[in-house]
Design a protein around this ligand. Sequence first.
Ligand SMILES: Nc1ncnc2c1ncn2[C@@H]1O[C@H](COP(=O)(O)OP(=O)(O)OP(=O)(O)O)[C@@H](O)[C@H]1O
Ligand SMILES: [Mg+2]
Length: 270
Amino acid sequence: MADSPSAQRPFDAIPDGDPVISFRDVHKSFGDKHILRGISLDFPRGRTTVVIGPSGTGKSVCMKLIVGLLVPEKGDVWVGGTNVPDAPEKDLMSVRRRIGMMFQDGALFDSMSVGDNIAFPLRRHTKLREAEIHDAVDHALEQVGLPGIADRAPSALSGGMRKRVSLARAIITKPEIVMFDEPNSGLDPLTSDEIDSLISRMKEELGITFIVISHDIVGTFAVADKIAMLYNGHLVASGSPDEILHSEEPILRRFLARNMDLPALPGAKP
Ligand SMILES: Nc1ncnc2c1ncn2[C@@H]1O[C@H](COP(=O)(O)OP(=O)(O)OP(=O)(O)O)[C@@H](O)[C@H]1O
Ligand SMILES: [Mg+2]
């Protein structure tokens, strides 16, 4: 734990680009399935880190470890100055307040209007008055490019609009960190591009630290400042998009080659 000094400081004291979340030798099992086998990974403040890897490799588990919804058997998960697995309830709540989450299965409540969906975290976690909540909802909808749809029913929206409403719900509490599990799944390429632009714009304009989990390689390179690949319980590669693109790590090459027009091994003789 001594090797993640900046992550042990409060958020505000962490310079842009220094780790705001740090995994240190994190192990997580379910029964006899050893899912994470010693993951150490930093997520820099004010940047977008994309976690990639095959299905079932523990990407969503990592997200749940960050907010203490799951607890590792071993290792540290630093968020700001808090080691989440050891944190008292009060500190855990403060971590959760500072993180906006969009879970993979985090659908909207179809029985509520779009506005009530977005207002949900505010009604739950703050004592804001209704007029203030309405203003905040309108503002969040503007930020995701959907002004004026608060009264609509989620069932009347397209898939891309629903994702954007979910993002509005994730940012309504003005979190410093936003975690987005599979933002592009089920979307057509054009709508995926819109979501990617939205993530990049929010990072630039609001200084949000994004953690994105993705299967979509094109989207990954569109939004990432850092890419980390999990495979078989280990971190097999991590670095800037350029470093990842030129990495010779064979598993990473295979993963990229399946999704992009890349040779499986750079420089390999035909
Ligand atoms: N609460 C849980 N109880 C038992 N097993 C779990 C639990 N959560 C996750 N797992 C198991 O841990 C493994 C990793 O799950 P996880 O959801 O993190 O995968 P993933 O990398 O996000 O995959 P995908 O790309 O398909 O979403 C899976 O085998 C899953 O069944
Ligand atoms: Mg997942």
